[in-house]
Design a protein around this ligand. Structure first.
Ligand SMILES: Cc1cc2nc3c(=O)[nH]c(=O)nc-3n(C[C@H](O)[C@H](O)[C@H](O)COP(=O)(O)OP(=O)(O)OC[C@H]3O[C@@H](n4cnc5c(N)ncnc54)[C@H](O)[C@@H]3O)c2cc1C
Length: 483
């Protein structure tokens, strides 16, 4: 695949930099751009031969598959903090808006599509569940409030007592409190697979933030995930940054308690002891299909989350998701071809796993059997098929246990209970989904903005994105008003 950026290609890096960033995931790439834009001399190191981490793609026989991420909330909407940031950084990625946003297929064979605008969504819910109309109004009233308070607290660092009743609440508790009907509860948690944890262990505050952000636009990058990551890398080089590919940073060099390089093992590990008590999110198993001669309408119908249980806490055993990227970007497949990607959370003991091959075959078989039920004749149309387990995720991105979203996004692992952007030693900062505010593209970008701001704040340059981070009008972020 032709890269739109050069990378150092084995050439020697400079003797010194103002900042070294380890890992070219979206967190590292955004932070690298922000620092380079402020005139810092920045080196970005990446152990893989591609940038993007969980936002990369791979190719097989003419088909281009997103390795992991496929929903990019807000990024195509320049009226939002993160959409505006990309525009200000000069990122030229084009975004395809998703409408409907999601589909759910229930155990009784019924299904529900989520429209891209909030009012039609709420009206549709009320039509489907007329007895729950009042409960729905009350529930979304709370969701809206929590969404704004959550943004203030977790994204902008302004804590407020008003968040008190909701801070420790899980999605499950919020739904049980508001509804009795099992179907509406599953519908409102039907997409919980993207949290990498069941609703009883997922923060209601973060779920509310994501739920409403979809109505400000949910996007897919033209050209696939790699096109976005490559564009970030290209722009970073244009700003004078350097990228060192295929370079695993094994140690961080520390001098007088301050991080100053990336070669020698540091004593920083002592400061990271508390991390061992945190739980990682589940890994996500993926099977990638390149199809021939499959009618697009069949796939449009088949897209979405499938549930075999009414209990959304069974997400790692009784649910999977079908995503069809060629509905948004046909150029990812050869002419007449389609791509189907199936995602399934897995609940496994990573350390105890002995036979990864057998594990892979078992889950793959489960997926194929289920797909064949939903898309009869699928097997005859397969031109390419590959699967990725937790081991594969770890191999390509080094994510601990192949976790999908960093530390689980449960209330007891958020805020100050999650590792801070500021590391335990001077000049060491963390970005990405293992740090605050959390996992998913939007929180990861926010972590990069925070780190860049902290790094540049002490220097004689304007704070990066301080205005965007602190000054966005809450109403601008309220999907009800923005439609
Ligand atoms: C299957 C799946 C689907 C997902 N879908 C979505 C979605 O639709 N929408 C959404 O918002 N989020 C989604 N997510 C979550 C999202 O992808 C992640 O939260 C986000 O991409 C994490 O970005 P990051 O920068 O923290 O790290 P990563 O993407 O993990 O990148 C880390 C990078 O650092 C490199 N690296 C690590 N250690 C070293 C080292 N020592 N030396 C050099 N390089 C190193 C790795 O190779 C990698 O490139 C999904 C995740 C998965 C697994």
């Amino acid at each position: 695949m032709k890269r739109s950026f050069k990378g150092l290609k084995g050439g020697a890096p400079n003797d010194s930099y103002d900042a070294v960033i380890i890992g070219a995931g979206i967190g590292g790439l955004i932070c690298a751009n922000l620092l380079a834009r402020e005139g810092l001399r920045v080196l970005l190191t990446e152990q893989h031969y591609m940038v993007g981490g969980y936002c990369s793609t791979f190719r097989r026989r003419g088909y281009t598959f997103d390795a992991a991420t496929h929903f990019y909330p807000l990024l195509g909407n320049s009226g939002t903090i993160t959409g505006k940031l990309l525009q200000e950084l000069g990122i030229r990625t084009e975004w395809v808006k998703m409408d409907p946003v999601d589909h759910f297929h229930f155990p009784d064979g019924s299904s529900f599509s989520v429209p891209a605008d909030f009012e039609p969504y709420l009206a549709k819910l009320k039509r489907e569940f007329p007895d729950e109309a009042n409960n729905l109004d009350q529930f979304f009233e709370v969701v809206r409030e929590v969404y704004l308070l959550g943004l203030l607290c977790y994204f902008r660092g302004h804590d407020t007592d008003r968040l008190g009743p909701y801070r420790d609440m899980t999605v499950r508790e919020a739904l049980d409190r508001s509804f009795r009907n099992e179907k509406i509860k599953l519908l409102l948690a039907g997409d919980c697979g993207h949290w990498g944890s069941p609703p009883s262990r997922t923060s209601f505050v973060f779920d509310s933030m994501l739920r409403l952000s979809y109505f400000l636009g949910n996007y897919y990058p033209r050209g696939g995930s790699q096109a976005f990551a490559d564009e970030l890398a290209r722009r970073f080089e244009e700003l004078g940054g350097q990228i060192l590919m295929r370079s695993l940073v094994r140690r961080i060099l520390v001098n007088k308690g301050s991080a100053c390089g990336v070669e020698v093992e540091t004593e920083a590990a002592g400061g990271l002891e508390s991390l061992r008590k945190l739980r990682p999110s589940h890994p996500c198993f993926l099977t990638y299909f390149g199809l021939r001669d499959m009618p697009v309408e069949v796939l449009r119908e088949a897209e979405g989350y499938y549930w075999d249980s009414w209990d959304s806490d069974q997400v790692a055993t009784s649910a999977f998701k079908i995503f069809v990227p060629t509905l948004f970007e046909p150029a990812l497949a050869p002419s007449g071809g389609q791509i189907v990607i199936v995602q399934k959370l897995t609940d496994l003991d990573y350390e105890a796993m002995i036979d990864w091959t057998a594990h892979k075959l078992t889950i793959e078989q489960y997926i194929i059997t289920n797909l064949e039920r939903r898309i009869p004749g699928l097997q005859e149309k397969i031109a390419v098929k590959l699967s990725a387990s937790a081991l594969t995720s770890h191999k390509y991105t080094l994510n601990h246990h192949g976790a999908m979203l960093g530390w689980e996004m449960s209330p007891d692992q958020l805020g100050s209970k999650r590792p801070d952007v500021v590391g335990p030693i001077k000049n060491l900062y963390f970005v990405g989904h293992w740090t605050q505010p959390g996992g998913g593209i939007t929180p990861v970008i926010v972590s990069a903005m925070r780190a860049a701001e902290m790094i540049t704040r002490g220097r004689n340059v304007a704070p990066v994105e301080a205005a965007a981070l602190a000054g966005a009008n809450a109403d601008e972020l309220n999907p009800r008003q923005s439609g």
